[in-house]
Design a protein around this ligand. Structure first.
Ligand code: FE2
Length: 382
């Protein structure tokens, strides 16, 4: 959704343009997609999952165009801000200088890509996760970097966009973050009631999680970790198991974000699709996975986390428990779900999480993203 008022980008982009482009064009894709997927296997999947599934390795299925256009438009609106333009800073600027020579050279390449795009499509600045560098891309119609296996930074609109509208803060946050943010849960703090109370979220997110963010920001200011991505702070300060001081705060920030995003209002139920297939292959039944997950959580000594992860080496699912702030990132697994485990749990907390709160959609999307990332790495390129 548009997080700016529709006239906030004037005079560089008019209210009429936004009303037309977002209010009609973008809305049309949403309505068409909803009609198209109703009652199909794509119903109830996340938007990213629909895009990946319907891209179908380049042999595009009918819902791809609408789904990708929705995602691309959302990403585009969020790439702009009132008072945008100017220059990026921090790690993003360093990467630009390294990969393009200068900021001006990036702008030139971006303008060239946008103005030479044949027909409709998108110009993108992306971070190529395999080559670890920034790349300017153009794509036709609805194709986007998600399906190309690159990690997305920011799409664009030629010069007005670059000079007046582009939100370099948004792009910078994608690669680094001079400050680590307290990311809110993807639902209101009372949205998990009655299974998890607003007070629990206010305490656990508003105070506990916030404390880790504030401590980490104080801790890394002016050090080599400043302006790094949270994931990189975690990996670097894990230091092959010989933990550096920033590790605990950094990993606790990441783990808590991941935990909030592992739940949703109206959660519970059963997974479907490939995730369910993998569960049955590995555990025999869904019920057996639940049993093992509950056992792992209930037998955890002290504080820590229970995880469902994808082991890329053995191509299988594993239930894992970790102590304190340790997480699957440093163990080289792809995490799919987590439950925050603390001492003196209420006895029904684990069951309530699994029956009423867990988001199997999130786990499925994470599995698909993991596979795209693994696939990209194996192919040695995009
Ligand atoms: Fe916690």
């Amino acid at each position: 959704m548009l997080d700016v008022m529709q006239d906030a980008l004037e005079p560089h982009m008019s209210k009429e343009t936004l009303e037309y482009h977002w209010g009609k064009h973008h809305r049309g894709y949403v309505n068409n997609l909803n009609k198209q997927i109703e009652g199909t296997e794509l119903d109830e999947k996340s938007l990213e999952s629909i895009i990946l599934a319907s891209y179908n390795k380049g042999d595009i299925l009918p819902s791809f165009n609408n789904a990708a256009q929705i995602w691309n438009h959302e990403f585009f609106w969020e790439s702009m801000k009132p008072g945008g333009g100017g220059k990026p800073s921090g790690e993003l600027l360093e990467l630009i200088n390294r990969d393009f020579g200068s900021f001006e050279a990036l702008i030139q390449e971006f303008k060239l890509a946008a103005s030479t795009q044949f027909g409709s499509g998108w110009a993108w600045l992306v971070y190529d996760i395999d080559e670890k560098k920034l790349v300017v891309l153009k794509s036709s119609n609805a194709i986007n970097p998600l399906v190309l296996g690159s990690y997305n930074l920011r799409p664009d609109y030629i010069s007005t966009f670059l000079d007046k509208l582009v939100s370099w803060d948004a792009a910078r946050k994608s690669v680094s973050g001079a400050m680590i943010d307290l990311k809110p849960p993807p639902y209101a703090l009372d949205a998990l009631e009655p299974y998890m109370s607003k007070e629990t979220l206010e305490y656990h997110w508003g105070k506990h999680h916030r404390g880790y963010v504030n401590n980490l920001n104080k801790q890394i200011e002016g050090t080599e970790h400043d302006e790094k991505l949270l994931e990189n702070i975690i990996l670097d300060s894990y230091n092959k198991g010989d933990l550096l001081p920033a590790f605990n705060n950094a990993a606790q920030v990441w783990n808590h974000e991941f935990f909030w995003e592992s739940m949703k209002p109206g959660g519970g139920g059963k997974p479907s699709g490939e995730l369910l297939d993998l569960i049955i292959r590995e555990f025999g039944t869904f019920e057996e996975l639940i049993k093992q997950f509950k056992l792992a959580a209930a037998t955890h000594f002290g504080s820590g986390w229970t995880w469902l992860v994808y082991d890329k080496e053995h191509k299988k699912l594993v239930v894992l428990k970790t102590s304190n702030a340790i997480n699957p990132l440093v163990l080289d697994y792809y995490p799919l779900l987590t439950l925050d485990v603390w001492e003196n749990l209420r006895p029904d907390y684990i069951a309530t999480f699994l029956d009423k709160l867990v988001s199997w959609d999130a786990a499925s999307s994470r599995l698909e993203a993991a596979k795209v990332s693994i696939e990209g790495k194996r192919d040695g390129g995009n």
